[in-house]
Design a protein around this ligand. Structure first.
Ligand code: SAM
Ligand code: DTB
Ligand code: SF4
Length: 330
């Protein structure tokens, strides 16, 4: 059984076992949210939300078979495929995002992993984003030895690479790579000195135990990821997960709160899926310690809430966006 004091104490731990992770995520919701918000305020400013903007720089025809993803070549999804975007287009999109208030610009590519030639081009894009004064993030799939170092040298701040679910459930959603491949890339990213953005998806028919185990893997990494994106599955027609039942929103809140308690210095991002969420659900997620969102009306390819909706929500909730709330050094 979990010791109430241990979970609530201001300690950074890397030794969570599965029983206490499940006990934590299953606590009465008011306790869970209270503890998460209390810990959140030790490291972050209250009411402040960090805004990131995504750009898909290479869209569709991905060789991987991730069951949730509209960009996989394995499924029949209505999606316009696009080759690698030009540097000029990326620069324009980054300028627009900057003028709209983004403090981080994230480039996503539908690759199993980048070739060295692709990587050189992405490095040039990163340099353009940095020149605008924004933080940079890329998500390019699996990295080989040396590739993370190249990105770090180009000035990249964050590499996004999600573990997506528990190790046990992972094989039910992806067959073209395994959980260890993801961990190997995360190790390469960490060793290169880049900051790690790593989280997962909920609402894929996984159990609460799977969600607790996913968080346990993240919290037991040698160093906690600086960013932890929690995505709610967007059910894309044509993908194998198109028709799964909706997740009860309280389960999402539990994941956010448990992530905050297990990794209190990390920025927990309420990522994909906000377009289908009520303001009340999002409010609970912010109370549970989420302090970052993706702005704009598209994520990589799928729908997002949009800036007008978010402006209304921020006004209603008394939230403000802030330039840089991420703890620099964990
Ligand atoms: N190909 C790279 C990779 O897999 O790491 C980068 C892009 S991939 C689209 C980035 C993340 O987006 C995935 O790991 C997954 O967590 C999230 N994602 C993709 N499709 C989603 C969906 N339909 N709903 C929610 N999250 C999704
Ligand atoms: C993350 O965890 N979520 C973002 C970002 N990292 C790359 C991506 C969400 C993608 C949603 C589906 C789409 O737009 O295609
Ligand atoms: Fe490809 Fe990434 Fe989509 Fe998987 S999640 S199919 S690796 S783009």
């Amino acid at each position: 059984m979990i010791n109430k004091k241990t979970s609530f104490k201001n300690t950074i731990r890397h030794n969570w076992d599965i029983e206490e992770s499940i006990a934590l995520i299953s606590k009465p919701i008011l306790e869970l949210v209270y503890e998460a918000q209390t810990l959140h305020r030790l490291y972050f400013k209250k009411n402040k939300i960090q805004m990131s903007k995504l750009l898909s720089i290479k869209t569709g025809s991905c060789p991987e078979d991730c069951a949730y993803c509209p960009q996989s070549a394995h499924y029949n999804v209505e999606l316009k495929q696009e080759p690698l975007m030009s540097l000029e287009k990326v620069k324009k999109a980054a300028q627009k995002a900057y003028s709209e208030g983004a403090t981080r610009f994230c480039l996503g590519a539908a690759w199993r992993g980048p070739t060295d030639k692709d990587l050189d081009k992405v490095c040039e894009m990163v340099a353009e984003v940095k020149a605008l004064g924004m933080e940079s993030c890329v998500t390019l799939g699996l990295l080989k030895d040396g590739q993370a170092e190249k990105l770090a040298k180009a000035g990249l701040d964050y590499y996004n690479h999600n573990i997506d679910s528990s190790e046990e459930y992972y094989g039910s959603i992806i067959s073209t790579r395994n959980f260890q491949d993801r961990l190997d890339t995360l190790r390469r990213v960490r060793q290169s000195g880049l900051k790690v953005c790593c989280g997962g998806i909920v609402g894929m028919r996984e159990s609460r135990e799977d969600r607790a185990d996913m968080l346990r893997t993240l919290a037991n990494l040698d160093k906690h990821p600086e960013s932890v994106p929690i995505n709610l599955l967007i059910k894309i027609p044509g993908t194998p997960l198109e028709k799964v039942d909706d997740l009860n929103p309280i389960e999402l809140v539990r994941v956010i709160a448990a992530a905050k308690i297990m990794m209190p210095k990390s920025t927990v991002r309420l990522s994909a899926g906000r377009a289908s969420m009520s303001t009340s659900t999002q409010t609970l997620c912010f109370m549970a310690g989420a302090s970052s969102i993706f702005m704009g009306d598209v994520l990589l390819t799928a729908e997002n809430s949009g800036d007008d909706e978010d402006k209304k929500m921020f006004q209603q909730l008394g939230l403000v966006s802030e330039k840089n709330i991420e703890i620099k050094k964990l």
